[in-house]
Design a protein around this ligand. Structure first.
Ligand SMILES: [Cu+2]
Length: 162
């Protein structure tokens, strides 16, 4: 009987796991935001690991800058794409949907040539581990929520099948 309960609990945990990913939100440039001549965006990007499901948030005064997703060639030459490919709201969120290399530039004036640009390599989505590290907090705010969720699931399963 006890082994059947264990099996059910494990089955529930496995069923729930794929839905739980540790997506992160990255504020491009941190407190400085998306600007020109202040932040080394490539250094900023190099300091983080990006995964599918993560979000890039570009904060800037609308009209001062734009956000353009470009290819490698346009990135090098700072070639600005058509306006319909450009984000302009000043609080633009880009969800990283696929793996691989991505390039972002500002489309205003000479900002790109002055360094308002960066590239990242997006890695596959992170699936939450079955037993998250305890007492770390390094995984971000989703980690503790995940632990609470897992405890709730196990507790519920034990009540139902005990
Ligand atoms: Cu700009």
């Amino acid at each position: 009987m006890a082994s059947r309960q264990m099996y059910l609990i494990v089955a529930i945990i496995v069923a729930v796991l794929p839905a739980v990913t540790l997506a992160k939100e990255f504020i491009v440039g941190g407190d400085k935001g998306w600007t020109v001549g202040v932040v080394d965006y490539q250094a900023w990007a190099n300091a983080s690991e990006f995964h599918v499901g993560d979000k890039l948030v570009f904060n800037y005064p609308p009209g001062k800058h734009t956000v353009c997703k470009v290819d490698g060639a346009a990135f090098k030459s700072c070639t600005v794409p058509p306006p319909n490919m450009t984000l302009t709201t000043g609080n633009d969120t880009v969800t990283l949907a696929t793996t691989g290399k991505k390039w972002y530039i500002c489309g205003v004036g000479q900002h790109c040539a002055k360094g308002q640009k960066f590239s990242i390599t997006v890695q596959p989505a992170v699936i939450a581990p079955a037993s998250p590290p305890m007492g770390g907090g390094a995984e971000g705010p989703n980690s503790s929520g995940f632990q609470v969720l897992m405890v709730a699931i196990v507790a519920t399963a034990m009540m139902v099948w005990a």
